[in-house]
Design a protein around this ligand. Structure first.
Ligand SMILES: CC(C)(COP(=O)(O)OP(=O)(O)OC[C@H]1O[C@@H](n2cnc3c(N)ncnc32)[C@H](O)[C@@H]1OP(=O)(O)O)[C@@H](O)C(=O)NCCC(=O)NCCS
Length: 202
């Protein structure tokens, strides 16, 4: 699949930077040493009701899903600016999770750069559809996502992840989805296991 190699040809040796990030923002794969900052950034917004908190053990276990954005000043000093993760759910879908831009760095293109890096990763592994749960539908729409009807249009694997969420009952997050251009649907994809939605919950 030709999509598999294109983006990586632009990548620096440390794996940083999507081509379209603003000049002073770069995105690189997260390292375990980033976890405390990632935890604090998510917790900051979670405490304000903007996203769900992520326990630190969960962040370490999933650190290889994460990317870190940094702003870089004229002297080349990098400062943590945010994080996002791409978590593969099935052979045809991956979810953006843990997207959080550090307080004070909003509206500089950091969020978009993180989303684009997640999409680039999805392309690199041949995943054609990217999904996210969010309260920030307007932001995702600016990134090319569309709002879906979560009572009808969810991929079965998204549902089964929901069943593990403590906020499954009464969830008021919105589902947004983007079909990535040029990534073919995988062939011979196994059927996901049937989702077992508890009776009375919709
Ligand atoms: C939502 C969030 C990720 C956006 O990141 P950001 O770096 O401020 O956004 P960007 O500067 O990359 O904005 C990209 C575009 O989206 C628009 N945008 C940003 N936030 C928006 C919002 N809340 N509503 C509508 N549009 C928004 C910007 O105006 C910009 O538009 P453009 O296409 O005209 O340039 C960030 O504010 C954040 O971390 N919020 C708190 C945590 C959170 O809500 N996380 C999302 C969980 S899924």
């Amino acid at each position: 699949m030709t999509d598999l190699v294109g983006p990586d040809a632009r990548r620096a040796p440390d794996g940083s930077s999507p081509a379209s990030a603003p000049d002073d923002v770069r995105v690189r794969p997260a390292r375990p040493a980033d976890v405390p900052r990632i935890y604090d950034t998510i917790a900051f917004w979670a405490n304000r009701g903007r996203m769900l908190v992520r326990p630190m053990p969960n962040l370490y276990e999933n650190v290889k899903d994460f990317f870190v954005a940094e702003t870089v000043d004229a002297g080349g000093t990098a400062t943590f600016a945010g994080n996002a993760a791409l978590h593969v759910l099935w052979g045809d879908i991956a979810e953006i999770r843990g997207l959080a831009v550090a307080d004070g760095v909003q509206a500089r293109g950091v969020g978009r750069a993180l989303v684009e890096r997640c999409e680039e990763e999805a392309r690199a592994v041949g995943i054609p559809t990217v999904f996210a749960w969010t309260y920030e539908v307007g932001f995702f729409e600016r990134c090319g996502y569309r709002l879906i009807d979560k009572t009808r249009d969810l991929h079965p694997r998204v549902w089964s992840e929901c069943l593990r969420c403590p906020f499954f009952v009464g969830c008021n997050e919105n589902g947004v989805v983007k079909r990535l251009d040029g990534v073919p649907e995988p062939v011979d994809l196994p059927e996901p296991p049937p989702t077992q939605v508890p009776p009375g919950i919709r």
